[in-house]
Design a binder for this molecule. Structure first.
Ligand code: UD1
Length: 350
């Protein structure tokens, strides 16, 4: 089924100054939508807003999602929102282990309050940043949405709080229709490489560009499912568009990944090749608590929402390397397909 034509819409993006949130704002603005952005800069960065901060259809509010009445205030200031994209969260897994109460407060309870306020204010669609961490410890790959449940053994308060928030979001079928996107390992321009817990791609690219050896933890045969940030932005848009469908339609939880495992040592070699550096890899001790494998099943999102990733790993890495080298790279949703045929599928997007 082809998407219904929809004109410019008013959207709210929480976590607008974050890595993914800033790309989402940019993508929505490029499509003609009006965007109110919220961030308290707990982990978001002001410079992420720079490319669109002065856009005439972008309105920024430095506020926390834990403030009661936030959505009502924004509704009064801007008028009704079609979609709330809720990405603001405590994003550091180690921080969540040290601050469990704060994590449940921000990642779970504040989400449920926003959801309730969205219902009162007639928001059509509520799209939430779920996480692969909701799956906790699992043996069987690929991970299907039904693999996470109340009996899951989570590795962190982060994973458990995201799971609980996802269940609350997905239980809303109409006004707002709730969709949670369980994103796997997202990478791309603007991802901060500076912490030991930063995403492995941002770290490896940073090391390679600086001419340092790449540090692989363990034997490097552990695998992850990497998805480029522009593809994630498209997944958000597809999820928002599903608000226009039947309340009896598909469930509201979807994995967002490539559907393919990549071994960390292969990733390190590929980054060395793409940065035209000699293969310089140092093997270090395994990271405590590291999971061995993580691969998404993307059957549900491709069947129900018509989404499939378009940027292959090599292409996405090239863009990330270019950005890290300081060559300003246009980001957003204008990426050219990677030749896997997915560009020919019908796509429903906001
Ligand atoms: C994700 C979280 C992490 C959390 C974990 C458990 C991100 C970016 N990280 O980790 O904070 O503890 O889930 O829920 O979301 N690696 C290296 N060298 C490096 C960096 C990483 O070999 O310099 C390896 C790691 O050991 C891991 C893999 O690369 O096996 C991916 O690491 P990472 O990007 O941190 O993602 P997750 O392990 O999925």
């Amino acid at each position: 089924m082809e998407k219904k034509a929809s004109g410019p819409l008013r959207c709210l993006v929480t976590g607008a100054a974050g890595f993914v949130g800033s790309h989402l704002c940019e993508g929505l603005l490029a499509l003609g939508h009006t965007v109110a952005g919220v961030d308290n800069f707990f982990s978001g960065r002001r410079e992420n807003l720079d490319p669109f901060a002065s856009h005439p259809r972008f309105f920024f509010h430095e506020r926390s999602i834990t403030e009661p009445g936030l959505l009502e205030d924004l509704h009064k200031a801007h008028g009704p929102f079609h979609t709330v994209f809720h990405l603001a969260a405590i994003v550091s897994v180690p921080y969540s282990v040290e601050h469990p109460e704060e994590t449940y407060h921000v990642n779970e309870r504040a989400t449920v309050r926003l959801l309730n306020d969205a219902e009162k204010l007639g928001v059509r669609s509520f799209v939430f940043a779920g996480s692969a961490a909701e799956y906790g410890i699992q043996d069987r790959m690929p991970l299907r949405e039904s693999n996470a449940g109340d009996g899951t053994r989570w590795l962190s308060p982060y994973g458990e709080a995201k799971y609980r928030a996802t269940m609350a979001v997905a239980s809303r079928r109409r006004r707002p229709r709730g969709v949670s996107l369980r994103c796997f390992n997202i990478y791309g321009p603007r991802q901060d490489p500076s912490s030991p817990y930063s995403g492995v791609i941002s770290r490896f690219v940073d090391m390679a560009v600086a001419g340092r050896p790449l540090t692989v933890f363990g034997d490097g045969l552990q695998t992850r499912d990497f998805v480029f940030v522009d593809d994630v932005v498209e997944a958000y848009r597809h999820a928002a568009a599903s608000a226009d469908e039947s309340a009896n339609g598909p469930c509201g939880i979807y994995n967002v990944g490539s559907g393919r495992p990549t071994a960390i040592v292969d990733l390190a070699r590929l980054i060395c090749r793409l940065t035209e550096r000699p293969e310089s890899i140092t093997f270090c001790a395994e990271r405590p608590g590291d999971i061995r494998h993580s691969t998404a099943s993307i059957e549900a999102i491709s069947r129900d929402l018509g989404w499939a990733p378009r940027i292959g790993l090599e292409q996405g890495l090239r863009r990330t390397i270019q950005w890290m080298r300081g060559a300003a790279q246009p980001t957003g949703v204008k990426a050219s397909p990677d030749g896997d045929g997915s560009e020919n599928k019908p796509r429903r997007e906001l």
